[in-house]
Design a protein around this ligand. Structure first.
Ligand code: UTP
Length: 271
């Protein structure tokens, strides 16, 4: 069973400047609710019991969001507002599940994952990238079901426009397992259109094996000088570790870019 999830939150969020000059993008509201709470809801509904947040000193505001007890208690005592009481209880519930680790230099997603090494107990764990919201269907839950069946690593995959491949990790399929699940042959971080092996992109949901930490600790910086999780995945695939690409059913929303963030608000307000 997959019981632990990790969420990298230590990036700079430059695509959402100027908002991110003072604010953690994961706390920005999407239709009135912080983006990170959609991700936490997805985890809880998928049966996750422990969540590891990778934050940085610059993003301590995320931790403060979950630890503002004195303020809540004072306001609740004064106002006895049911909505505030409910929100506070929800935050306390989430808090029980969350551990914080630090990555003070944003050296890449792979480096962020490496920071969780000593907290991962089981052979597999879930990773969610909070910029990627998937609505209407719980993507983590369906990936956990795929993992249960095939006992292997799983990543969420989606077709993207050919002209956009250089924004994503792009993978090539090797073998069809069934209608929505395929074995991955290789994966490459942000390829140019010319070198992209396909238009199939890795979306921010991964079930990763604990053995990825060994690969990560040996990785050299890749594209853009960062340590990428996709490079560690490729290194495992080279050692015959099976990775399944799962075509998920939900609707993908990109909250990491300004246009995407605005669109996500509109989409979620329609639900
Ligand atoms: P991105 O590279 O997409 O986002 O990382 P970013 O770096 O925050 O934002 P931009 O590109 O400057 O706008 C994907 C996820 O990985 C986390 C980010 O916080 C984001 O949730 N991340 C990225 C880390 O935790 N550490 C890193 O070193 C890099």
């Amino acid at each position: 069973m997959i019981k632990q999830a990790i969420i990298p939150l230590a990036g700079l969020g430059t695509r959402l400047l100027p908002l991110t000059s003072v604010f953690a993008k994961e706390l920005l509201p999407i239709n009135g609710k912080p983006g990170i709470e959609y991700i936490l809801d997805e985890c809880v509904q998928a049966g996750i019991k422990e969540i590891i947040f990778i934050i940085s000193d610059k993003k301590k505001m995320i931790k403060n969001y979950f630890y503002n007890d004195r303020f809540y208690k004072r306001i609740i005592k004064k106002k006895k507002d049911q909505r505030i009481i409910q929100e506070y209880n929800k935050i306390k519930k989430f808090r029980k599940m969350i551990k914080f680790v630090y990555q003070n230099k944003p050296l890449g997603t792979g480096d962020a994952v490496l920071k969780t090494k000593r907290y991962i107990k089981d052979n597999f764990f879930l990773m969610l990238l909070p910029d990627d919201l998937i609505i209407n269907k719980n993507c983590s839950k369906s990936m956990i079901n795929v993992h249960k069946k095939y006992k292997s690593s799983v990543i969420a995959g989606m077709n993207v426009k050919k002209k956009d491949v250089s924004r994503w990790g792009i993978f090539r399929l090797s073998k069809k397992i069934n209608k929505n699940n395929y074995l991955i042959k290789d994966v490459i971080e942000k390829p140019s259109m010319k070198y992209a092996p396909s238009n199939k992109a890795v979306i921010g949901r991964y079930i990763l094996p604990k053995k990825i930490f060994v690969r990560l600790s040996k990785l050299k910086p890749g594209k853009g000088g960062e340590i990428h999780i996709t490079d560690a995945i490729q290194s495992l695939i080279n050692q015959n570790e099976p990775f399944i690409a799962h075509n998920f059913f939900g609707k993908y929303l990109d909250c990491g870019s300004m246009n995407g963030y605005i669109k996500s608000n509109l989409e979620i307000s329609k639900i």
